[in-house]
Design a protein around this ligand. Structure first.
Ligand SMILES: Nc1ncnc2c1ncn2[C@@H]1O[C@H](COP(=O)(O)OP(=O)(O)O)[C@@H](O)[C@H]1O
Ligand SMILES: [Mg+2]
Length: 475
């Protein structure tokens, strides 16, 4: 069955009576606009993904699929019931064969685990002392990475960055990973530098909104990071590739929260603050639940204890996203990341990239263009999808406040920019707020001049939020 990954505008899907076999892809439950689904009378098997169950689609949509189970159908049983007409000798033989197979699998696991550990040790020992610390010891050899990517075949290429190429690899045990291969051939010194840097920072970090390093691979043939595979690609792919018309309100807010959570961790919860230095949509990747993970720590910097900024000897960052004090004076602080975060928010709100031709033609930078419309006509700057979605779901006031937050992140004076914690507070407030209270607040605020489209208490969006609701607590 196709995954329908990326079909963000899909609202209705009827695949009934099609003899479709296999499992329902998890991605189907994460299409932001899907509200009507009919998969009845097929040969689908396995558990109905929980995200689909959350969409509150009735049991009739899954009916006549003999192998399908889980909400809204009856629960899946861990073991199929043994039919009463099977006689005892058959059961005994089955148990004996089962036991033998389990024993064989257990022995094989121990064998491969020991072999894997040996590989991990050899590769890590070849690195400078103390520079590598993998988050887990995924047992994989260089040969397995080569085989798993089809010899780094272009067909498995899922991303190209400034310093590396990223491939999808399927390992022998079926695990799918991303292999970030540093471009060793053209500039070995540069490749080594970025590889070491990323190992030193990302390799030591662990947070649900950061990409996880599963293994490092460092030998004479290659320098690579084995990363958790993110099936939904980068935020850049999502925003700027294909004929995309922008994110839905719910998806935007979730991604904004995910990235802000990562920043709170990096800036305030690590032993020493870590500045990412290159926050942008291509360095934010999305898992199968569209949960955002910050990646690419090639130019990140761990601050010395008690120090709030540092001067870089060369330009770090990306034009369009880099804060003015970093670009002009090479002064890097956590507030530089907040500036980049503000630009990422503007990208999500407008559906536009700061370096797009559109702004060249307008003769202004993205943030100047947005400010020209803010606050009275701010809706004109929103992406097509978002504009429609906030009208339908009655979130016009919230979108205005989010735009205001984005603009507060990109003020010139770094001290005036909010902290990541303050950003979270605003986002949590926006996510949980009802239109009535916000409208009332807004009418008393400094932006009293803008039109309040609705003063009715909005019903919560009919779409169920599928992640973070349980985890984010107002600070
Ligand atoms: N874990 C991952 N899963 C899926 N795609 C990824 C993953 N990591 C990176 N990518 C893709 O590869 C691109 C380049 O990766 P990145 O780490 O930014 O490399 P660079 O340091 O060379 O810029 C990303 O923009 C993204 O599209
Ligand atoms: Mg990158």
């Amino acid at each position: 069955m196709p995954s329908f990954e990326g079909c963000l505008a899909l609202q209705t899907l009827n695949l009934s009576h099609n003899n479709i076999v296999g499992q329902i892809p998890v991605t189907l439950g994460h299409l932001p606009n899907l509200h009507s689904l009919d998969l009845s009378s097929n040969n689908l098997t396995g558990q109905i993904p929980s995200a689909l169950a959350a969409l509150k689609i009735g049991a009739s949509s899954f009916a006549n699929n003999p192998g399908l189970c889980g909400q809204p159908l009856p629960r899946c049983s861990p073991l199929e019931p043994v039919s009463s007409h099977i006689n005892k000798p058959v059961i005994i033989i089955s148990v004996a064969i089962g036991g033998f197979v389990i024993l064989l699998a257990f022995t094989a696991c121990i064998f491969f685990w020991r072999k894997g550990r040996a590989t991990v040790r050899t590769e890590e020992e070849s690195l400078p002392r103390g520079s590598i610390k993998t988050s887990s010891s995924l047992p994989v050899t260089t040969e397995q990475l080569v085989a798993g990517t089809g010899g780094f075949d272009e067909r498995n290429l899922i991303g190209v960055g400034g310093t590396s190429k990223v491939y999808k690899a399927t390992l022998t045990n079926g695990l799918v990973v991303a292999v970030k291969l540093f471009d060793w051939s053209t500039n070995a010194e540069k490749a080594n530098y970025f590889f070491q840097k990323e190992c030193e920072t990302l390799g030591k970090l662990r947070h649900r909104n950061l990409v996880r390093v599963l293994r490092t691979c460092c030998n004479t043939e290659m320098k690579a990071l084995v990363l958790e595979y993110m099936p939904c690609g980068s935020l850049e792919n999502l925003l700027f590739e294909g004929d995309n018309n922008g994110l839905s309100w719910r998806m935007l807010l979730n991604i904004a929260l995910d990235v802000a959570q990562a920043l709170v961790y990096l800036h305030h919860e690590c032993t020493a603050p870590i500045i990412h230095c290159d926050l942008k949509p291509s360095n934010i990747v999305l898992d199968e639940m569209y949960i955002a993970h910050v990646s690419d720590f090639g130019i990140a910097r761990i601050l010395e204890p008690g120090v709030s900024s540092y001067s870089a000897s060369y330009f770090r960052g990306t034009v369009g996203y880099i804060a003015p004090e970093c670009a002009a004076f090479s002064q890097y602080s956590i507030k530089g990341d907040i500036y980049s975060y503000g630009i990422v928010l503007l990208c999500m709100l407008t559906g536009r990239c700061p370096t797009s031709e559109f702004f060249w033609e307008q003769g202004v930078e993205m943030h100047t263009w947005v400010k020209q419309f803010f606050p009275d006509k701010y809706e004109e700057t929103l992406s097509k999808n978002l504009r429609m979605d906030i009208l339908v779901s009655d979130k016009v006031e919230e979108a205005l406040q989010l735009m205001e937050l984005a603009l507060s992140c990109i003020v010139k004076d770094p001290k005036q920019r909010p902290t990541a914690q303050q950003i979270i507070r605003t986002l949590v407030h926006l996510k949980s707020s009802k239109t009535l209270s916000l409208s009332n607040q807004a009418s008393q605020s400094s932006h009293g001049s803008h039109s309040i489209i609705s003063v009715q208490s909005s019903k919560e969006s009919s779409m169920t939020v599928f992640h973070q609701d349980q985890e984010i607590q107002p600070l």
